[in-house]
Design a protein around this ligand. Structure first.
Ligand code: CA
Length: 460
């Protein structure tokens, strides 16, 4: 007898196949849903606000807007640790940084972690990875020794060299991006070729393209830089006047990168169409963290504010994800691994810290996350902070000092300009938010939860 869950899955798949007129798959109820191919585009430092479909007036992200219109756009996706290595570690391993030790940049993800591409490879997928990795220690650009299951490879460990940069394939012999070709264009060229080769591959496939932009240095092609005029930008109201000129100058390069990436993402989407993969490919677009760009007078990332911690997350899969939805449910880095498994029908390996929220992608009801944990800094560093984002609020604090940092009502104050920490009448709310973060810290055995039962942070 067919389980209700499986029946619903098959019914949803059949409905999707009918709606899209796909002739590639039988509609017989006994047939299992076809596993999707996955194209996962990971950018670096692309904040959640910087999409025209998210209301950014300064850029037209034409291809990403089209992707969102054809799929689901999550407006409240948070990078649990808005920094390169910790984000990528949680994405790849599905485990919290308390398990892997990847609290800070340039650390090695433990080779024994059972990573995303290993789970998909063991389930019969062909896997490929292009671009920046940043989980293999401090080597720069760095031949990556531990690929963690990515079978085909054209990448490097870390760094942002957008012209004449170095990458590696199957050996430590360095290869150079062709002269005069902007790195993401070359990476897209390789991705387009790899996708075309999949037409003779009987396996489903999973390609991750890890672009270095829109991250400094802003050495974008001149044709893209020329599209943006700093004086014409509408700045976020939380940028202090003293920082406006610098913010405008930086945003010119940031948007030039983003616009070029949007065009290249359009090429990736076209490659899917050219090779017959549109209907059964799950396309995800996201970033490891955002960029403050002088909101709150701050730069870059590693901060609890929206510009740093909120990231774009767009998912399109015509056979299973209803089109045109804007999803406000909380979603976060640690959930990506189990959710991708859920979408592909692969059992979530044991020991993962996140939750399979694939029902939210399919437009089905089910549990939603009521809080997302934020974490920056090792338990042994001087002032690590921890925080929590709920449906309505953001809170961050310093566990070692026991002091609050920021508390915002994101509904009444979306630009986070009124810090409630220490304000009259906010003490009970702060205590509640601190307790919520402590509960989440306990669940991942963070020594800074203050429990006696967790590992001693002095050993770390
Ligand atoms: Ca980064």
């Amino acid at each position: 007898m067919i389980a209700r869950r499986d029946f619903l899955k098959q019914a949803a798949w059949a409905a999707g196949a009918l709606a899209t007129g796909s002739k590639r798959f039988s509609l017989a109820a006994s047939d299992p849903p076809s596993r999707p191919n996955i194209l996962y585009v990971l950018c670096d430092q692309w904040r959640g606000q910087a999409l025209s479909c998210a209301g950014d007036p300064n850029i037209q992200t034409t291809n990403l807007d089209a992707l969102a219109a054809a799929g689901a756009r999550f407006t409240r996706c948070y990078s649990n640790s808005p920094l390169c290595t910790p984000h990528r570690s949680m994405l790849m391993s599905g485990r919290w940084v308390t398990r892997t030790g990847n609290y800070v940049n340039d650390t090695l993800m433990p080779p024994a972690e059972y990573c995303l591409a290993e789970a998909f490879g063991d389930a019969g997928y062909s896997t490929g990875y292009i671009g920046k990795w940043h989980l293999d220690g401090a080597d720069k650009p760095g031949y990556v020794v531990y690929r963690q299951g990515w079978q085909w490879w054209a990448g490097f460990n870390r760094g942002h060299v957008y012209w004449n940069g170095t990458y590696f394939t199957d050996s430590d012999t360095p290869l150079t991006v062709p002269p005069g070709v902007f790195e993401p264009v070359h990476q897209t060229n390789m991705a387009v070729d790899w996708i075309a080769q999949r037409t003779s591959d009987p396996n489903p496939w999973f390609l991750m393209v890890s672009f270095g932009g829109p991250h400094t240095p802003y050495t974008a092609p001149q044709a893209y830089l020329d599209q943006f005029t700093p004086s014409a930008f509408t700045l976020r109201p939380n940028v202090p006047p003293a920082d406006e000129a610098t913010a405008r100058a930086n945003l010119k390069g940031y948007y030039a990168h983003a616009k070029c990436l949007d065009d290249n993402i359009g090429r990736l989407i076209q490659a899917l169409a050219d090779n017959g993969f549109t209907q059964n490919t799950l396309v995800c677009f996201t970033s490891d963290h955002g960029d403050m760009h002088y909101s709150q007078g701050q730069t870059f990332k590693s901060k609890p504010w929206e510009e740093s911690a909120n990231v774009p997350f767009i998912a399109k899969w015509p056979q299973a994800i209803p089109a045109g939805r804007v999803v406000p449910a909380l979603f976060s880095t640690i959930d990506i691994y189990p959710t991708l498994c859920g979408l592909a029908g692969i059992p979530v390996p044991s020991g993962k810290d996140g939750v399979d929220y694939s029902h939210l992608f399919r437009g089905e009801s089910g549990p939603e996350r009521d809080a997302a944990l934020l974490t920056i800094g090792t338990p042994t560093s001087a002032s690590p902070w921890r925080g929590v984002v709920t449906a309505t609020h953001t809170y961050a604090w310093y566990p070692k000092q026991g002091t609050g940092w920021v508390l915002y009502d994101n509904v009444a104050d979306p630009y986070q300009m009124n810090n409630l920490v220490g304000q009259p009448g906010a003490a009970a709310l702060e205590a509640e938010m601190r307790q919520r973060s402590i509960d989440l810290l306990r669940a991942v055995d963070d020594p800074l939860a203050g429990d006696s039962g967790v590992s001693d942070w002095r050993r770390m």
